[in-house]
Write a protein of this length. Structure first.
Length: 134
């Protein structure tokens, strides 16, 4: 799984916000038109129009209730995503720390192996000198 870069994520968020703003503006314009028509319809008291008006008002109320519930779910999901991101980023950070320590241990082992080889070679040379000198 490839993580988005911060810049790409911010561009995506900005784009979705702009789309939401555009749709909100269109919806508000449509709402103004509908309210204007409803106000005109109220002046005419035909039973069919009054029933249609009540049905529409109920439909709008139901729609707003559903929208509210879905927005609450969206907010909850976004909160969970943010919490998971923090956990994931913490794990990535810890993994980097562990890999760094592992690298340091490997390097220390290499140095110890070189030192041990040097000491063994030095001891061998000393023994050879002692044997050749006797």
């Amino acid at each position: 799984m490839k993580l988005l870069e911060r810049k790409d994520a911010q561009i995506g968020i900005k784009k979705s916000n702009e789309e939401l703003l555009g749709s909100n503006i269109r919806l508000r314009e449509m709402e103004k038109q509908v309210i204007k028509r409803l106000n005109e319809a109220r002046l005419n008291y035909d039973p069919e129009k009054v029933k249609a008006l009540k049905d529409f008002e109920q439909f709008v109320a139901d729609l707003n209730g559903k929208k509210s519930k879905l927005l609450q779910e969206l907010t909850a999901y976004n909160k969970l995503i943010e919490e998971r991101k923090e956990i994931y980023y913490g794990l990535v950070e810890r993994q980097d720390e562990v890999e760094e320590k592992l690298y340091q241990v490997k390097e220390a082992n290499k140095k110890l192996d070189l030192r041990e080889a040097f000491v063994v070679d030095l001891e061998r040379r000393i023994r050879e000198k002692q044997l050749s000198g006797n």
